[in-house]
Design a protein around this ligand. Structure first.
Ligand code: XIL
Length: 302
């Protein structure tokens, strides 16, 4: 196949990208998206501050633009993200525990219901663990006021809201075997043992020279898959250029293909010029939408 999406589809996978609604009107952006990718993740438009900026008042317009664009072209949509400490409006953090629980469950239910049947996988909870060796939960309004149980409560609420959506836990610095990924692993194992609904684990995979593709990346994906969940590469970008960057991208794609339950790869943007990582050139297309060596390496690996 001659495009990323078609090549991935031949392997039973999707190949997606993060999309920003405000770039869809740029023809080169839309053309590259439409030609190469068969799954999209709204980069910011489904986050809490975007969809429920004040309590109980929901605004879906920007995300709807992306969902409609994708659906009319047969692309899948990943939902990102329901419960996260970041891009969280101030009002959420001001609530007491009882109100916060109600607000969290209402947010999940309203948002998932709005797009019910249109989202293949949802990042139900994002980045709930700390970096470093502790394996502890990260401080957030949810963690601090509701305790460890907020994660399973979020997943149970999500399952009830859209039973057809795959429910994912998503995080970064969990790409190799380390204390943080061990903590996530133990949570997923516990959820599976107790029947808490979870279907997938997302590995963000933001890599750079300080945090390169781990040598045990595939083994780490595999150990999660062996718990009985799908795994997905959800926000891939790799700083660098040329053949070194291309090799790293190729290694990521090969690792996913080697894991039967790795169902797809999403890169975190279409073009270097709109990457959230201001320093560098971490994506597959340069600022003029030319294919980079990393693009060719991915297509070859697929
Ligand atoms: C980033 C977006 O790319 C930026 O546009 C925004 O300013 C901040 O968030 N982990 C995640 C993503 O789960 O939602 C983040 O996206 C990148 C890190």
């Amino acid at each position: 196949a001659s495009t990323l999406g078609a090549a991935a589809a031949e392997k039973g996978r999707y190949f997606g990208t993060a999309v920003a609604a405000n770039h869809l009107g740029e023809s080169a952006y839309a053309n590259t998206l439409n030609t190469e990718f068969n799954s999209v993740t709204p980069e910011n438009e489904m986050k809490w501050d975007a969809v429920e900026p004040s309590r109980g008042s929901f605004s879906y317009g920007s995300a709807d633009q992306i969902v409609n664009h994708a659906q009319s072209r047969g692309m899948k949509v990943r939902g990102h993200t329901l419960v996260w400490h970041s891009q969280l409006p101030g009002w959420v953090g001001s609530l007491g525990a009882a109100d916060l629980r109600t607000a969290m469950n209402n947010h999940i239910t309203q948002v998932m219901t709005h797009w019910k049947g249109k989202i293949h996988s949802w990042d139900v909870v994002n980045e709930a663990f700390q970096d470093g060796s502790s394996g502890a939960r990260r401080s957030s309004p949810f963690q601090d006021k509701l305790g460890n149980g907020f994660i399973e409560e979020a997943f149970r609420t999500a399952r009830a809201a859209d039973p057809a959506a795959k429910l994912c836990y998503n995080d970064y610095n969990t790409d190799g075997v380390n204390a943080k990924s061990n903590a996530v692993y133990n949570m997923v194992r516990d959820f599976k043992a107790r029947g808490v609904p979870i279907d997938c684990v997302g590995f963000q995979s933001h890599f750079n020279s300080a945090s390169p593709v781990p040598s045990d990346y595939q083994a780490n994906l595999q150990r999660f898959a062996d718990l009985g969940v799908d795994v997905q590469i959800t926000e891939l970008d790799i700083e660098g250029s040329g053949s070194a960057q291309a090799t790293s991208y190729s290694n990521v794609v090969k690792a996913c293909l080697a894991v039967t339950r790795c169902t797809g790869v999403t890169v975190w943007g279409v073009t270097d010029k709109y990457s959230w990582r201001a320093s560098g050139t971490p994506l597959l297309f340069d600022g003029n939408y030319n294919k980079k060596p990393a693009y060719t390496a991915v297509l070859t690996a697929l």
